[in-house]
Design a protein around this ligand. Structure first.
Ligand code: AMP
Ligand code: GLY
Length: 422
């Protein structure tokens, strides 16, 4: 079959790598792709947030199946347009993607179905928001309701900091995303992510992961999109996963179906675990980046069969073929990231690196220029490896990192420290 993946980051390179290994895949296209993806798939330059551009491309290229990587096309209704045109698609409708696009919507759904999460309130004016903060005290969490490229959340240590965040959001720091503000109880604990496929009714767990959001070793420095990840997450024990399915994920999915907006695609639940109990932090309606890289490393070619079963409403027919393995990915980023950084420096040392089911260099922000690979984003490469233990996966991932010659980049040396300590 002919398959199109939308997106051009490390997540999409990992998806393309896994899908390409499955004999069901004939022609693989990725829009827009990157230099690494171009080595295994045809890259197409289309506006992936345009419903008509994506649908027209699919019709013109006999695409049988579309996998949507990032949230923006989902929120823009690209999955709806494709299904309307009769094209099989992996990813939720715009109505179901509200689980990521609106934090107030998600909290409302959680309340309706009894899913445990932080206490909350929503505000459209600063005076009421600040009065609530004063009454609750700090620490407290202030969130822009809408999508803010991962920057719309302030975990405030003091009432003053929380009030300043409210002012900033209502002043338009996040545009329309901050027109409404959600204020939440601060939850202490350890964070982990749980990934499930949902076909409208059936829920199939496909793995757990933890990432490192801070830029520097020791989980210090500014917040980023993620500097590394590993799977499985030891803190999400089998018992806790079962509890999360019954208390949070299945009730949410049932509530979405009850509202007439059933969910189809991968659901990424961010959980906060404390004292053996977990509560929901947030949902994302896509794979995490870089969490997808470690999940794909572990699932390999079967990922396509699972995604097809999900899109076709036959999840009850499939099972995940688990190996007793671990995977880690280390992100190489441009110096300066997540602040200002330069593009265009050359990355050397990529030729001749091992590339197999134990170790892969996934490209995130790169572009090819003649024979050279140039940095073209903040997060640039994902050094990803698998092993019988997490330590083995880590050693392989860092062995890749040490062979790459890119003085303009940096990476953390301590990915997985928490899990490796246990
Ligand atoms: P979100 O975009 O909602 O996931 O928030 C981004 C990050 O902020 C999360 O991954 C957590 O680290 C943190 N966070 C969000 N909500 C809370 C909360 N209620 N308590 C503690 N930390 C939170
Ligand atoms: N790595 C976090 C995310 O994809 O949202």
């Amino acid at each position: 079959m002919n398959i199109l993946i939308l997106g051009g980051g490390g997540r999409e390179h990992a998806l393309a790598w896994a899908i390409k290994q499955n004999p069901k895949c004939d022609r693989l296209m990725v829009a827009p792709g990157n230099a690494g993806i171009a080595q295994i798939a045809e890259c197409a330059d289309i506006d992936i947030n345009s419903r008509s551009a994506v649908a027209e491309f699919c019709e013109g290229n006999a695409v049988d199946f579309v996998v949507i990587g990032p949230e923006a096309p989902l929120v823009a209704g690209v999955a709806d347009a494709l299904r309307h045109a009769g094209i099989l698609c992996f990813g939720p409708s715009a109505a179901a993607a509200r689980l990521e696009a609106s934090k107030a919507f998600t909290k409302e759904v959680c309340d309706a179905c009894g899913a445990p999460t932080a206490a909350w309130a929503r505000f459209t004016d600063a005076v009421a928001a600040k009065a609530y903060i004063e009454a609750q005290g700090a620490p407290i969490v202030v969130k822009a309701d809408g999508l803010a490229a991962g920057k719309g959340v302030v975990v405030a240590a003091t009432v003053e900091e929380a009030c300043a965040a409210v002012d900033e959001m209502f002043a338009g720091a996040f545009g329309d995303a901050g027109a409404e503000v959600v204020i939440e109880e601060f939850m202490a604990g350890e964070e982990a992510s749980f990934f499930v496929l949902v076909d409208g009714t059936e829920v199939l767990p496909i793995g757990t992961a933890q990432d490192h959001k801070r830029a520097r070793d020791g989980d210090t420095g500014p917040n980023t999109g993620g500097m590394g990840a590993y799977s499985p997450a030891p803190v999400l024990t089998a018992a806790l996963q079962a509890q999360m399915l019954e208390q949070i994920i299945k009730p949410t999915m049932a509530e979405m179906a009850r509202r007439g907006t059933p969910y189809q695609g991968v659901l990424y639940a961010g959980l906060m675990i404390e004292g053996g109990h977990a509560r929901l932090v947030e949902y994302n309606v896509r794979f995490g980046d870089p969490e997808c890289q470690v999940l794909m490393m572990r699932l390999g070619a079967q990922a396509l069969d699972l995604m097809l079963a999900c899109a076709e409403g036959r999840l009850h027919e499939v099972a995940v073929n688990w190996a007793d393995d671990h995977a880690m990915t280390v992100v190489m980023a441009a110096q300066g990231y997540p602040g200002a950084y330069a593009k265009g420096s050359e990355i050397r040392g990529l030729d001749g690196l091992p590339a197999d089911s134990w170790q892969m260099v996934f490209h995130a922000g790169t572009r090819a220029e003649r024979a050279a690979v140039l940095a073209d984003g903040g997060r640039v490469l994902n050094l990803t490896a698998r092993g019988g233990t997490l330590a083995e996966a880590r050693d392989r991932a860092y062995a890749l990192a040490d062979r790459i010659d890119w003085p303009e980049g940096f990476f953390r040396r301590d990915i997985g420290w928490r899990a490796l300590r246990e």
